[in-house]
Design a binder for this molecule. Structure first.
Ligand code: DHB
Ligand code: MG
Length: 224
């Protein structure tokens, strides 16, 4: 049912006559053909984040975990004002993403950086603090879950006041609140929820979701 509702609602809210349909479909097909795992954001999630960027008037966004570029294409194809810097650890994924972004005609607005988040983000932070790079108005964290908090904390240092930070997959079918589970990906969700909750830089909430990518949820934070 969750999948049926996503398909039904998206067919009306974002019909396949929209200009970015081919680019999004290509990103999924090419990612699958290249053997990338089927763990990109859902269409509804991609569109929701794109609408958030529109609401906030975001001009510079940061993504940690590019995978095949699917969410990157959502954000930028729906927002002509938006430039995105996206960081991907896996060189092969980064190549697939660059191709998908090229196909989408977005190479001039999306910078794919191949490297580990814990190497790249501190570098970006130095550039931001030196005034060589604008602060980010939106950050999407969707990478290796045990580093959620490390990425979040670096992102908060590089974000503008009133910027939003979204951390994907913190609910994990409810495992986040089953404290007998110590899977490091689940603990990564707990750590970012608990640390963001006491961080004076932000205010935050977790929104659970169901859909074609099953039962999960995101942490949303706004910079004070
Ligand atoms: C996984 C990672 C994701 O980013 C996601 O959205 C779903 C699953 C995973 O590693 O299992
Ligand atoms: Mg994810």
């Amino acid at each position: 049912r969750w999948t049926a509702v996503d398909a039904y609602a998206m067919s009306h809210c974002h019909p396949s006559s929209r200009p970015n349909t081919k680019a999004l479909e290509n990103a999924l097909t090419a990612s699958k053909a290249a053997g990338l795992p089927d763990i990109s954001a859902s269409p509804a999630q991609g569109k929701f984040m794109a609408l958030m960027c529109r609401m906030l008037g975001v001009e510079h966004a940061l993504e940690v975990g590019t995978l095949g570029g699917y969410s990157a294409i959502w954000l930028c194809s729906e927002n002509p004002q938006l430039r995105l810097t996206t960081v991907e650890y896996n060189a092969r994924n980064a190549e697939v993403a660059r191709k998908n972004i090229e196909f989408a005609g977005l190479s001039d607005r999306i910078e794919v950086i191949n490297g580990a988040g814990l190497d790249v983000l501190p570098r970006l932070k130095e550039e931001v603090l030196a005034g060589e790079r604008p602060r980010f108005g939106f950050v999407f964290i969707d990478a290796d879950k045990p580093n959620n908090w490390n990425y979040f904390s670096l992102a908060a240092d590089m974000a503008k006041p009133k910027a939003a930070i979204c951390v994907d997959n913190v609910v994990r079918r409810g495992k986040v609140a089953d404290f007998s589970i110590d899977d490091p990906r689940v603990v990564g969700g707990r750590t970012v929820i608990e640390n963001a909750g006491k961080d004076p830089r932000v205010d935050s909430v977790v929104i659970q979701s169901v859909g074609e990518k099953n039962y999960d949820g995101c942490l949303w934070a706004v910079l004070n």
